[in-house]
Design a protein around this ligand. Structure first.
Ligand code: G4P
Length: 286
């Protein structure tokens, strides 16, 4: 699902998050493993400062495995529990239960000291649009899921999905708005498909991607399109258009069609497993 972000939209989303956060113990934050910083809104750190935190690098099947490990370390180093995930796979989901228990151990201990036993951990899934929240909730809840319905003290209309004796999940995810701090963030979000491309020209996105691939994943373009990948990104795109028969009526290269094919190939993993940002680069830019 794509959203456009108007101030009114963001205020509403933020208000919803603030309300829902009061009800939960744990925030399960999904980020896109291909751009883990650009696809998260750091405001969540402030919003959820007294809650347990689990950051899941979703779509890790599309991201560079080596960088996935680096990003896990990065978030762990900042005090969050973390794991890589393909939200479509129920097998991947199983390991998450264990991490949730670990992430909430302190809370469970506190409860026990107060004489509260067996109160399930309440969690909420949050993330920017298209990061995989609904997919995750569906896989996570699976066929055993049962809605526990409204309970006293819970705002009317909130539904909790009981995952097992230990965990309940709010059935509506928290939608975070992307934070366009700089143009690079916007470009990366558009390339991974989390914001509407109409905001940016498809060809521009593709040229940015081709340049990034030349620098960070040499060989990926040659392997996919069987064409040389050196030179200006616009020249590379022209060659791709030629080999793939993207030709306009007049005979010239159809850059737009070629560009949309390349970004599509990237999004579906046909260009290989690629990560668009690494922690070191982000830190040096701070
Ligand atoms: P949202 O609720 O956060 O907005 O995201 P949603 O679950 O709708 O997921 C968005 C798209 O991402 C879906 O593709 C979904 O299948 C895909 N997706 C979710 N998790 C993963 C993952 O771990 N790996 C991969 N490869 N894909 C994942 P879709 O329905 O085909 O939509 P679209 O791709 O056409 O936008």
């Amino acid at each position: 699902m794509n959203y456009q972000w108007y101030p009114g939209h963001m205020t509403k989303a933020k208000r919803m998050m603030q309300e829902n956060i009061k009800l939960i113990d744990l925030i399960i934050e999904l980020v896109d493993a291909r751009a883990p910083l650009s696809s998260r809104n750091p405001d969540i750190d402030e919003l959820g400062k007294n809650k347990s935190r689990l950051i899941l690098l979703n779509k890790s099947d599309l991201a560079d495995d080596r960088q996935n490990r680096v990003w896990e370390e990065y978030f762990r180093g900042r005090g969050a529990f973390t794991a890589c995930l393909d939200a479509r796979k129920r097998n991947d989901i199983k390991q998450i239960f264990q991490i949730i228990q670990e992430a909430c151990r302190e809370k469970t201990e506190r409860d026990r000291k107060r004489g509260i036993l067996n109160r399930p951990v309440r969690a909420m899934v949050a993330g920017i649009p298209n990061v995989g929240k609904s997919t995750f909730i569906n896989s996570f809840a699976g066929r055993t899921c049962a809605k526990t319905g409204n309970k006293p003290g819970v705002t009317k209309g909130k539904q909790w999905i009981r995952l097992n004796k230990q965990v309940e999940l709010l059935d509506t995810p928290g939608i975070l708005w992307p934070k366009f701090e700089d143009q690079q963030v916007g470009l990366k979000l558009a390339v991974i498909g989390s914001i509407r491309e109409e905001l940016l020209v498809e060809e521009e996105l593709c040229l940015w991607l081709l340049e990034y691939l030349q620098k960070s994943y040499p060989g990926a373009v040659e392997k996919r399109y069987q064409t040389r990948e050196d030179g200006k990104p616009s020249e590379v795109l022209e060659r791709i258009a030629q080999v793939r028969g993207c030709v306009q009526k007049g005979g010239g290269p159809d850059f737009e069609r070629a560009a949309s094919m390349v970004t599509d190939d990237f999004r579906s993993g046909r260009l290989g497993r690629i990560t668009l940002e690494i922690p070191v680069a982000e830190e040096s830019g701070e």
